[in-house]
Ligand binder design. Structure first.
Ligand code: NAP
Ligand code: MG
Length: 399
């Protein structure tokens, strides 16, 4: 069989522990037999990050900016225990944080659905993708305890002119907070959401509370709506999708009643809450994909879970593990499909879709890792628990 040729290499960021083991197996069993894989390889394993004083992480982000599409394995974010375990020079920062800061993006999280794995909200038949604005608001706020006295909002312009507004005249103890966002960041967030919705051909909802927050949330609503009208409406209509703004409480009610099948853009705090709700409702973090989309259209695909340390320690002792590789497989297929789309290699995109189908079908036929067994319910099919390697072999067979 001739292998599918690639044009531009993917940026490949290898990682740590159990996911690093799965990474190698996924490539060997599911990708290399079919694709003449081209990657620019960066080893983000903790040992190599330490050896390079974490320069490798910045280099990988730089390469992503240059080449446009990356696939990343889960990595350890070191804490004190890891510093000891790996004899680190210092407690390096989270690679995801470093990469996000350099690429300046929005994170989209989407569940992988398989028949038999029933969401806790059974009406949800299609994915709900949460797009979380990861800048400002509550996470960069200044807050304080207050006592009797006057709390004011003071804005000083560069000429020293002040504008004051009373927040509250306290007669006793209380709390007070000031938070901000920037038009630039809101606009980049909106742009990433419009682009993403177009790339997956799903309608886009944006929710906030502009009826109460008449300047703050209203600014978000206006920026989304102005950008939509000026730059995206025509493309949305051509793609047969729509953009909807609605109040956050109405969005929650609509989401619960819906059958899924939309992208839900959330302000920072709303996105924090909603992504955990949605991930839990769909069943498992190991069935959740994650992609960082930068405002200039750079994509970085990864799994939403961590390095599955407990399983890795078992693996290292030679014991059998049953670690779910679905989210990591989908990180690869997401990146390969995007590369195929950008380089106009339809066979590559078609292969990625085929691998996704084979993965889902394997589960639907009752072959799965241990984490999914208690969630699986299908008439006449008894779920079979496979070990990490057997699960990948079952997918390869299906493929
Ligand atoms: P984790 O690796 O996601 O694992 C937590 C638990 O969730 C596991 O022990 C396992 O439960 C279950 N689980 C997660 N993924 C699974 C999979 N693919 N298949 C089966 N079960 C799965 O989170 P953590 O233990 O909090 O973190 C471990 C390391 O990952 C840390 O060093 C952290 O810094 C790093 N991390 C990295 C990323 C990233 O790179 N994006 C994200 C989060 C965490 P059972 O043990 O009950 O089987
Ligand atoms: Mg959270």
């Amino acid at each position: 069989m001739t292998k599918i040729e690639m044009k531009t290499p993917l940026v490949e960021m290898d990682g740590d522990e159990m996911t690093r083991i799965l990474w190698g197996w996924i490539k060997d069993k599911l990708i290399l037999p079919y694709v003449d894989l081209k990657t620019e390889y960066y080893d983000l394993g903790l040992k190599h990050r330490d050896e390079t004083d974490d320069r490798v992480t910045a280099e990988a982000a730089e390469a992503t900016r240059r080449l446009g599409v990356a696939v990343k394995c889960a990595t350890i974010t070191p804490n004190a225990q890891r510093v000891e375990e790996y004899h680190l020079k210092k407690m390096w920062k989270s690679p995801n944080g470093t990469i996000r800061a350099l690429l300046d993006g929005t994170v989209f999280r989407a569940p992988v659905l398989a028949e038999g794995i029933v969401p806790y909200i059974p009406a949800w038949k299609k994915p709900i993708v949460i797009a979380r604005h990861a800048y400002g608001d509550l996470y960069k706020a200044a807050d304080a305890r207050a006592g009797a006295g006057k709390a004011e909002l003071v804005f000083t312009d560069p000429d020293g002119k002040e504008v004051r507004r009373t927040i509250f005249d306290f007669t006793g103890d209380g709390v007070v907070m000031g938070m901000y966002n920037t038009d630039e960041s809101i606009e980049q967030f909106a742009r990433a959401c419009f682009r993403y919705a177009l790339s997956v051909r799903l309608p886009l909802w944006f929710s906030a509370k502009d009826t109460i927050s008449k300047a703050y949330d209203h600014r978000f609503k206006d920026i989304f709506s102005e950008l939509y009208e000026a730059e995206y409406r025509a493309a949305f209509e051509r793609a047969g999708i729509y953009y909807l703004y609605t109040l956050i409480d109405d969005a929650v009610a609509r989401a619960i009643r819906s059958e899924g099948g939309f992208v839900w853009a959330c302000k920072n705090y709303d996105g924090d809450v909603m992504s955990d709700m949605v991930a839990t409702a769909y069943g498992s973090l190991a069935m959740m994909t994650s992609v960082l989309v930068s405002p200039d259209g750079v994509y970085e695909y990864e799994a939403a879970h961590g390095t599955v340390t407990r399983h890795y320690y078992k693996h290292r002792k030679g014991e059998e593990t049953s670690t779910n590789s679905v989210a990591t497989i989908f990180a690869w297929t997401g990146a390969l499909a995007k590369r195929g789309e950008l380089d106009e290699i339809p066979e590559l995109t078609a292969f990625a879709k085929k691998l996704e189908k084979a993965t889902v079908k394997t589960i639907e036929e009752g072959k799965m890792t241990g984490d999914l067994v208690p969630l699986f319910k299908a008439e006449g099919i008894a779920p079979q628990k496979l070990n990490s390697r057997e699960f990948l072999e079952a997918i390869a067979e299906k493929l």
